[in-house]
Design a protein around this ligand. Structure first.
Ligand code: ADP
Length: 635
């Protein structure tokens, strides 16, 4: 399948002006948007570290004022030295030197102090900027993590969300400090430019005006292309995500086996290259066009400044003729031209950066819908029997045009262990995601103890569940931590962890590991890390679910990678543990269903049968068919 860029038209939300009358409003909206984003970044850096922001402000002021002071000292020094030329020698070197230097010695000391201050400030500035960079990156990453933990599961079902996440992750952490330093660069350059304009204006008010006017086209070119490349990068987020995806597959241990043995490396590298080419070709065009246009425009500035140089030389030579003044005015000209270029470049960088920050602002605005539906949400009762009731529940995933769960009515109760069976894709896992409020039904209502589950506090609702999913997590941490993640309250002891491990049948292999429960798992961080087998990992995930003193125990295919003996062991532990809990066991292996209090058969998102093993076998319908087919395979 070919890779297509996202088709939707991306702009920064402001419509281009259709007539001249709309231009002021357009400019107003752009500047307003720019300032809002800039303020957002400054507040971000302030929240990350007020001291850093204040220091950067001070350095910025000094950076602005020091160059003009330096130019004055140099010009006075030059004038002083020039006035000494032609003085007669007294014959004594010391006396001559004193004679020579005494009028300018003060200026030399001033110049020394100036140089020292300038260097000191540059060093301090780069030190504070590096510290600020680390602090801000960390602060922004934590903001992104903080937001990511609250977003709905449904957000992960849409490519738009991944686009926002990718954009926020890629840009938002590095940009703020870059934008801030560029902003300060602009401010200090503006201070320098104003002070040099004041100096030059004493010679001619027209000269600074000419040089400033000549830089305006360059500024327009800069803004135009920065905007263009921003929109391009946003539009091509899909290709960048594809590149990340293919490169992560090609460098991931989990994929390595299949990639090697199926000889997929070349194919996947081609796909990576295909995405890169698509992404890069347009970007290269924008960069080249910008470079060429900038070169043409800078020719204009060079011509103007050369003409002004000639003019200054003429005015000084036919004016007071002081060489120091010539140096001061030509220095001022060069500086104005350099600083104006810096201002144009840096404001364009700030502008571009703030556009990228909009990605992060978008991400932070991602709506969260799994929240309590009433202003004063309820707390679910804990440690008591529960009832979960589905009333006419239907559900479809975002972006899908069919229901995955269709008008389901069922009741689950504490003490009545329920097994959910059905073929792959029947909707079993989706049903679990609805019970646990990872998603809300599209139609109907789910009641917990008689009240809509949307009326409960979400965190407290979640804490009722002890759960393992079929795609359980494998944490690169110790064995003990892998179990502890089932219940992170501080009251959980090592004995609790060992007990859960025993119940899940993991203790046998854990005790044989070199450091027992403290053995690090995976080689991601530790050289002596241990790699477990699929079945061992699964047992640990079961231990995790067993650790929690939960009222509702849910296991989604917890025995898929286990041998029959281990499966039997887990089923027995599950039965014992679930006696006083509301328990749901999902499996397409039916061995676990035989002793279940209630079996629910799902097909195409609907409940097609409900009853005990004996009742359903006697009916000789779906369950009977499934069970007999599986049983025959083992005969
Ligand atoms: P089961 O657990 O019974 O194997 P699932 O509940 O996982 O089935 O899936 C039921 C149906 O929902 C399948 O057709 C599957 O393709 C679809 N589905 C599952 N997850 C998503 C998702 N995040 N987005 C869209 N469709 C999904």
């Amino acid at each position: 399948m070919s890779i297509q860029p996202i088709k939707k038209k991306l702009t920064d939300g402001i419509k281009k002006p259709k007539s001249l009358r709309e231009v002021p409003r357009y400019l107003y909206l752009r500047i307003k948007g720019f300032l809002t984003r800039l303020f957002y970044i400054i507040s971000l850096v302030w929240r990350a570290s007020p001291a850093v922001l204040i220091s950067l402000c001070i350095f910025c002021m000094l950076d602005g004022i020091l160059p003009v002071i330096g130019a004055y000292i140099s010009s006075e020094l030059l004038n002083g030295i020039a006035s000494l030329i032609g003085i007669q020698s007294t014959g004594s070197l010391a006396k001559d030197l004193f004679e020579l230097l005494s009028p300018v010695i003060f200026l030399f000391v001033l110049q020394l102090i100036h140089h020292f201050l300038k260097r000191l400030m540059t060093k301090l500035n780069s030190m504070v900027t590096s510290i600020a960079g680390e602090l801000v990156v960390n602060y922004v990453k934590l903001m992104i993590i903080g937001k990511a933990r609250t977003v709905d599961m449904r957000s992960y079902d849409t490519p738009e969300f991944y686009e926002k996440l990718e954009n926020a992750n890629r840009e938002a952490s590095m940009r703020p400090i870059g934008i801030l330093t560029a902003s300060f660069n602009v401010i200090s350059s503006v201070i320098s430019v104003i002070s040099f304009i004041v100096v030059l204006a004493t010679l001619s008010p027209i000269a600074p005006l000419v040089i400033v006017v000549c830089s305006i086209p360059g500024a327009f070119v800069n803004y135009y292309f920065k905007n263009k490349s921003y929109l391009y990068l946003r539009r091509h987020s899909k290709e960048r995500r594809q590149m990340n995806y293919y490169s992560s597959i090609l460098t991931s241990k989990d994929y390595a086996k299949e990639v090697k043995l199926q000889g997929l490396a070349d194919t996947l590298t081609d796909k990576y290259n295909g995405a890169f080419k698509k992404y890069y070709s347009g970007l290269k065009r924008i960069i080249t066009k910008e470079g060429l246009t900038q070169a043409l425009v800078s020719l204009l500035t060079v011509l103007a400044s050369t003409a002004l140089f000639v003019y200054v030389a003429y005015t000084v030579v036919f004016g007071n003729g002081r060489i120091g003044d010539y140096s001061l005015y030509t220095g001022a000209l060069t500086s104005i031209s350099t600083y104006v270029t810096t201002i144009v470049g840096a404001t364009a960088t700030v502008y571009e950066g703030t556009l990228f920050i909009e990605n992060m602002m978008d991400f932070m605005k991602e709506p969260v819908t799994v929240v309590p539906s009433i202003p004063e949400p309820k707390s679910p009762s804990v440690g008591t029997p529960h009832t979960i009731e589905f009333r006419n529940v239907s559900f479809r995933y975002p972006g899908c045009d069919f229901d995955v769960i269709k008008n389901i009515n069922l009741t689950l109760r504490t003490g009545e262990s329920t097994v959910l069976v059905g073929l792959n894709g029947a909707g079993k896992t989706t049903l679990i995601k609805l019970i646990t409020r990872l998603y809300d039904p599209t139609e109907g209502v789910i009641l917990l103890d008689g009240a809509d589950i949307r009326e409960y506090k979400v965190d407290e609702l979640y804490s009722l569940f002890g759960i393992i999913f079929q795609d359980y997590n494998k944490y690169a941490d110790t064995v003990s931590e892998n179990v502890r993640f089932g219940d992170v309250r501080s009251t959980v002891t090592d004995e609790n962890i060992e007990c859960a491990a025993r119940r899940s049948g993991s203790s046998d292999f854990i005790e044989k590991l070199p450091f027992g429960y403290q053995t690090p798992l995976t080689r991601l961080f530790e050289e002596n890390g241990i790699e477990l087998s699929g079945g061992q990992w699964q047992k640990l995930s079961v231990a995790r679910a067993f650790l929690k003193e939960s009222d509702i125990l849910i296991m989604d295919e917890p025995t898929a990678s286990l041998d029959p003996l281990a499966e039997n062991e887990i089923l027995r532990a599950f039965e014992t543990l679930s006696q006083d809990k509301l328990s749901v066991f999902v499996s397409h292996r039916l061995s676990g269903a035989v002793r279940a209090g209630k079996i629910i058969v799902l097909e195409g998102g609907q409940v097609v049968e409900e009853g005990t093993h004996d009742e359903l076998m006697a009916r000789k319908e779906r369950y009977y068919l499934l069970f007999s087919t599986q049983a025959n395979r083992y005969v």
